[in-house]
Design a protein around this ligand. Structure first.
Ligand code: G6P
Length: 670
């Protein structure tokens, strides 16, 4: 939610604009409804340019304006207080135009903004926007007028506001300095040669900054081109080491694909290897290595490792997350219950923070978050810790807030995920949960899991990269099927164009036959029920087609009423050999859909499944195949087809795939 950046250096002419726009572009996944920039002009006055729209619109708005200087701030917005507009865009100032003493960018929400605004209005101060942010700017300006320096003005403002913020403040006639502070929203410092940055995400300065450090809550930093002064908001000096920034420019490029989402789907076979590497030690008795289990914790005054805790003290698991990560959590719940017999509960983080989930010091709370910055999940982790639980975090971004709040955890290592719809992080989260489950089996040794079973799971995990490669190689089939969903008459032209480009004339007849889908159902049982939820979410998020995921057996209790000849129904079929009963039940569900003329598309496992039986006498329109794996890992392979299906449908509908309307990748507000 909102990306902010500040830069201090000695860039050549016009470089400031390039640096700030480049940083915003890389953080656009955080919000993209308006953008703005402020810098110091030669006379020391603050110049602000801002506009409703994307970063590219801001860049256009800057054409013809000389952006010269050594210090600047910029912002890309996801609206909370006040709709997207030029006025509500950041930066905000304490006073209009050249009177401004400061300009400020903000990520977060000020909960008591309306009370403070009213108070300031009564003192005669004016506001031009509807944002909570302007209250911060006006307050800081007021303290400056009273003679405070900028650092003190920020500290006094901090004492008055309630809520969450990360801010970067530019001071009129400032001497090549920026001041940034945070409370409840992320902020990270970057240090390069002769320049410093502060931003919501390290991606903003990859390629220029070499070293980085995360600010903790209630800390601030004063940046100059070649130094940074790091202190708490209570003015205590902080000594924290910079760490090397190890993200390559390639990792944040589209790699020749049209969209980040497609790049991220297609690279799954490669990056999943990073999640697995060094973690499954093959052998007659496979072992799982998770370094985080060596972390020391205190339980009831006793010191132990998390590994000891899991082995000897753990009684209950609670998994909490949001969105796609929550779906991964549901899959984890099933694995842990099936293999360990542990009671597991999965709770949306937003519900966890307000509801009552019984927790004590024998509970493990697993937080799952690609970004590690989702506010609800962070607050859930904090609440769990307050209640005495041990928190194990699964996230992708090294050093993220959640990884610092949690006791310990595991990183996915799948590289930056930039497309707003999560893809590779989801499959890696399932793999991380499978590794964790297997480790728990090793530690707790439940009687019903034989060595052979453990070996099977380890082998199945190690086989995944090659199997995912095969699914990716089959990608064109998902594109064919996408026509069924996407083509409504007003998109016909676009579809034909797309067909011509994709050279799949066979699909033209499909297109004609299947025009009209605007809803879809996704069905599955067991692990595949959760894959169905995720498949439906992907479609909704990026193509704006309404879709519901259902437990296949539950369909007859409601959603069956929706099925007619225009309703595509995607069914994820389990492999027959592992669970013949469930397989037979799913076949019955397919028959039920087909009997009502629903348009059935299957994702099915090779292996024991009988293609003729699956086609239900020709009533099934298409089958997308996945290699045979264990039921618990089927969602990893099925998801690639589901992601591609959603991607191609959105692409044909002309949707902005990497930046779907109203969404943001990192939701840093509750
Ligand atoms: C947002 C994104 C989703 C994501 C969810 C949780 O809603 O649009 O794609 O699944 O946040 O994000 P996290 O980073 O915590 O996994």
């Amino acid at each position: 939610m909102c990306g902010i950046i500040g830069f201090v250096g000695n860039p050549g002419s016009d470089q400031l604009r390039r640096i700030l726009i480049g940083g915003l572009e890389r953080m656009e996944y955080r919000g993209y409804d308006s953008a703005g920039m402020a810098w110091l002009e030669e006379d020391g006055c603050i110049r602000v340019v801002k506009t409703q729209g994307k970063v590219a619109d801001l860049d256009r708005a800057l054409n013809g304006i000389p952006v010269k200087g050594c210090v600047g701030i910029a912002h890309t917005r996801w609206a909370t207080h006040g709709p997207p507009s030029d006025i509500n865009a950041h930066p905000h100032t304490d006073q209009p135009n050249r009177m401004a003493q400061i300009a400020l960018v903000h990520n977060g929400i000020i909960d008591n903004a309306s009370v403070l605004r009213e108070r300031l209005r009564q003192e005669g101060r004016e506001f031009v926007s509807e944002t909570d942010t302007e209250v911060l700017a006006v307050l800081i300006g007021k303290f400056l007028e009273h003679g405070d320096d900028l650092v003190t003005a920020i500290q006094r403002t901090h004492a008055l506001v309630k809520g969450a913020y990360a801010i970067v403040v530019l001071l009129k006639r400032g001497t090549g300095q920026l001041v940034a502070a945070c409370h409840g929203s992320p902020l990270v410092v970057g240090v390069g040669e002769g320049c410093t940055f502060v931003a919501s995400d390290r991606l903003a300065f990859v390629g220029t900054a070499k070293k980085t450090l995360f600010l903790e809550d209630d800390e601030m930093v004063i940046l100059t081109a070649d130094s940074y002064d790091h202190r708490t908001l209570a003015n205590q000096q902080v000594e924290r080491e910079l760490v090397e920034l190890r993200i390559s420019l390639d990792a944040i490029a589209k790699g020749g694909q049209k969209h980040f989402m497609l790049k991220e789907i297609l690279e799954q076979p490669t990056v999943i290897t990073n999640t697995l590497t060094g973690r499954v030690i093959d052998g007659p008795e496979p072992r799982v290595h998770l370094g985080g289990l060596r972390t020391k914790i205190e339980i009831g005054g006793r010191s132990m490792t998390i590994g000891d805790f899991l082995q000897n003290h753990l009684e209950r698991v609670v998994i909490t997350a949001c969105g796609t990560s929550w779906h991964a959590g549901l899959i984890g719940e099933r694995m842990l219950e099936a293999l360990l017999g542990l009671p597991v509960k999965v709770v949306y983080a937003s519900e966890f923070i307000t509801g009552f989930t019984p927790i004590n010091n024998r509970t493990l709370v697993i937080t799952i978050s690609q970004s590690g910055e989702t506010k609800d999940t962070i607050e859930a982790a904090r609440k769990a810790k307050r209640q005495g639980a041990i928190v194990w975090n699964i996230s992708n971004v090294v050093g993220s807030t959640l990884s610092r709040v949690a006791d310990s955890g595991v990183y996915l290592h799948v590289g930056p995920e930039i497309g707003v719809a999560s893809t590779k992080a989801f499959t890696a989260q399932i793999v991380a949960l499978a590794l964790f489950t297997l480790k728990l089996v090793e530690l707790r040794n439940p009687a019903w899991v034989t060595d052979t079973r453990r070996q099977e799971i380890a082998n199945a995990l190690l086989a995944l990269p090659a199997q995912m490669e095969r699914v990716v190689a089959d990608a064109k089939h998902a594109r064919d099927i996408a026509f069924q969903f996407a083509c409504r008459s007003r998109w016909l032209c676009r579809c034909f164009k797309y067909l011509a480009q994709s050279r799949t004339p066979r699909s033209v007849s499909w297109l004609m036959r299947l025009i009209g889908a605007s809803n879809a159902l996704y069905l599955g049982r067991g692990y595949n029920f959760h894959a169905a939820l995720e498949g439906a979410l992907k479609l909704k998020e990026i193509s704006y087609v309404h879709a519901d995921g259902y437990a296949a057996g539950e369909m007859k209790h409601g959603s069956i009423a929706l099925i007619d000849k225009r309703m595509p129904v995607v069914v994820i079929v389990p492999e027959k050999g592992e669970d013949e009963e469930t397989y037979a039940r799913v076949i019955s569900n397919i028959e039920e859909v087909a009997a009502r003329k629903g348009r059935v598309i299957l994702i099915a496992s090779e292996g024991d499944s009988n293609p003729e039986e699956l086609r239900c006498g020709g009533k099934v329109e298409r089958i997308l195949w996945i290699p045979k794996t264990l039921a618990m890992l089927t969602p990893v392979l099925a998801s690639i087809h589901l992601q591609l299906l959603a991607y191609h449908i959105a692409e044909m509908r002309g949707c902005p795939i990497d930046q779907p309307r109203n969404l943001a990748k990192s939701v840093t507000v509750e």
